[in-house]
Design a protein around this ligand. Structure first.
Ligand code: CTP
Length: 419
C-alpha cells in the first residue's frame, strides 16, 4: 500500500486564506454535484517545493463547466467557458482559476494538437509532460488534501529530476523539450538520463511544431528570471538552432542578458533583440517569419539589426550631439538599448547613453507659430529652420528663447541663407 500523504496543512500554510477557502468551497460544491475535484500540475509541484504559485489548475472528474457555473454563482465570479474542451476559467477576486474536465489525450501525428476525451484523474495525469507536473491533490471533502502521485513526481522533486512519463512523450508533443529546458533552469533541476536520451532523439520533431507554439514557449522562457540558462542548454543540445541556425546561447548572450536586467524596458523584447542581434538582416527576417513575430516586435528586431550597421559612425569621439541624434532618433528605445549593450566601442556606448538620457528630450523653444510671428512663412524653409534650431540646441550653440530668436533673425536676413 503506498503511503497516504495529506497536504492540507501545507495548503493552509502556503496559500492565501482566500484561495484556501475557495478550494474548500469548490470541493464541497463538486461533491454536492457528485463530481470529484483536484488541484493539479504546477500548483501541486510548487506546494511541495515551498514555492509560491497562485495559478490554480483544477481538474474535475465529471464536467468542469457545470462546476464552474455553480462556483460563479456562489462567489459572484465571472466565467469564460470552452464547451469544445469542457473547460472554464473563473475570475474571482484577483484570481484566475482554470477548471478542466479530466481527459485523456491522443495524438494523431507528431506536432498535431491532441484529440481529447473525457476520462479519469489518472488518465488526466498520464497525459501530462513531466512527473513533477503529474501530481494532484484531492479537494473533495473526505479526501481533502490527499496527494495523488502515480508517477513518482515527489521522488523526482526530491532528486531534482525532470522525467517524462513514457517514451513517446516528446513525440506526442515536442514543445515539452522547451518546457523541460524552462523547468530545468528555473528549479535548478536536471533531465533524468533516459529523458535526456529521448529528448535528443526527438529534437528533429521540433520541426513539426507551428511557429506560434514555439514562439509561445520562447516567450515563456524569456519571462523567467535567468532565460540565458535555458538558452545555453538549448544551444548545447542543438535545440536553439531549430529556432534559427545562427542563434547562440553563449557567454556573450549571458553577459548581455545580465546587463539588460538593469534596464527598465520590457525585458522580453530586449532579450529577443539581443538573442537575434548577431544574425544578419536576412537571417533576422527568417527568424521573424518562423516565429510569426507580431509587427512591433519584428520592427524592434529589424531596428536593432539596422542600427548595428551604424555603430561604426557612433564610435567617432568627435561626433556632434546633433549627429548622434540624427543617427538614433528613428529607432525604438529597445533597439537602441540592445545596441548599447552589444556595442564593443565604449565611445559608441557613451554616445548612445547620452542620447537616451538627454539628447532625445531636447527640443527648440520656438514653435512654427513663433517662427510665423518672426516673418517665416510655413513651408519647407520653415521646416529647415526648425531643424537647424533643433541642431543648434542639441549642440549647445543656443540655450534660451532669446538666443533662438537671434539665430532665426540672422538666418532670415541672409540673402542666401544656409537654411
Ligand atoms: N501541461 C502538459 N504539457 C504541456 C502543457 C501543460 O503536461 N505541453 C500540464 C502540466 O501538468 C502543467 C499543467 O498542464 O503543470 C499546466 O500547464 P502550465 O500552466 O503551462 O504549467 P504550470 O506548471 O502550471 O505553470 P508554470 O510552467 O508556469 O510553472
Amino acid at each position: 500500500m503506498p503511503e497516504i500523504i495529506n497536504l492540507s496543512r501545507q495548503i493552509e500554510k502556503q496559500l492565501p486564506a482566500g484561495l484556501v477557502g475557495f478550494m474548500q468551497q469548490a470541493g464541497l460544491a463538486a461533491a454536492s454535484q457528485g463530481q470529484s475535484l483536484y488541484l493539479v500540475g504546477g500548483g501541486v509541484r510548487d506546494l511541495l517545493l515551498g514555492r509560491t504559485n497562485l495559478d490554480l489548475d483544477l481538474v474535475v472528474e465529471g464536467d468542469a463547466i457545470k462546476l464552474a457555473r455553480r462556483l460563479a454563482d456562489s462567489t459572484r465570479g465571472e466565467i469564460t467557458t470552452h464547451p469544445r474542451f469542457r473547460t472554464a476559467t473563473l475570475r474571482w477576486n484577483k484570481w484566475n482559476i482554470d477548471l478542466i474536465t479530466a481527459r485523456s489525450e491522443t495524438y494523431a501525428r507528431p506536432g498535431a494538437l491532441p484529440t481529447v476525451q473525457p476520462g479519469s484523474i489518472d488518465m488526466d495525469l498520464f497525459r501530462r509532460d513531466f512527473t513533477i507536473n503529474s501530481m494532484a491533490i484531492a479537494l473533495t471533502s473526505s479526501r481533502y488534501g490527499q496527494l495523488l502521485d502515480p508517477y513518482g513526481g515527489r521522488n523526482d522533486l526530491e532528486h531534482k529530476l525532470i522525467r517524462i512519463l513514457h517514451d513517446k512523450s516528446f513525440i506526442d508533443d515536442a514543445t515539452r523539450i522547451w518546457r523541460g529546458l524552462r523547468y530545468e533552469q528555473r528549479l535548478d533541476f536536471q533531465f533524468e538520463p533516459n529523458t535526456l536520451r529521448l529528448l535528443r532523439r526527438d529534437i528533429p520533431l521540433l520541426d513539426t511544431i507551428s511557429g506560434d507554439r514555439i514562439r509561445h514557449e520562447l516567450e515563456l522562457i524569456l519571462k523567467e528570471a535567468f532565460p540565458e540558462k535555458s538558452l545555453r542548454h538549448a544551444d548545447e543540445l542543438k535545440v536553439l538552432s531549430k529556432l534559427h541556425p545562427g542563434l547562440k546561447g553563449d557567454n556573450w548572450l549571458a553577459e548581455k542578458f545580465g546587463q539588460a536586467r538593469f534596464s527598465n524596458l520590457p525585458l522580453a523584447a530586449l532579450y529577443l533583440a539581443l538573442l537575434a542581434y548577431r544574425l544578419s538582416g536576412e537571417e533576422t527576417e527568417g527568424l521573424i517569419s518562423h516565429l510569426r513575430l507580431r509587427k512591433s516586435l519584428a520592427q524592434t528586431l529589424r531596428d536593432a539589426n539596422s542600427l548595428k550597421a551604424k555603430l561604426g559612425l557612433l564610435a567617432d569621439p568627435e561626433l556632434a550631439p546633433s549627429r548622434i541624434y540624427a543617427l538614433l532618433h528613428d529607432y525604438s528605445s529597445t533597439a537602441i538599448t540592445a545596441n548599447s549593450l552589444a556595442a564593443d566601442s565604449p565611445v559608441a556606448r557613451r554616445h548612445i547613453q547620452t542620447f537616451l538620457t538627454r539628447l532625445r528630450y531636447v527640443r527648440p523653444t520656438l514653435s512654427g507659430n513663433d517662427l510665423q510671428k518672426l516673418g517665416i512663412a510655413p513651408g519647407p524653409r520653415m521646416k529647415a529652420i526648425l531643424q537647424h534650431l533643433h541642431d543648434a540646441r542639441l549642440d549647445g550653440e543656443v540655450s534660451s528663447k532669446k538666443g533662438e530668436e537671434g539665430l532665426v533673425r540672422g538666418w532670415a536676413e541672409e540673402p542666401q541663407p544656409g537654411v
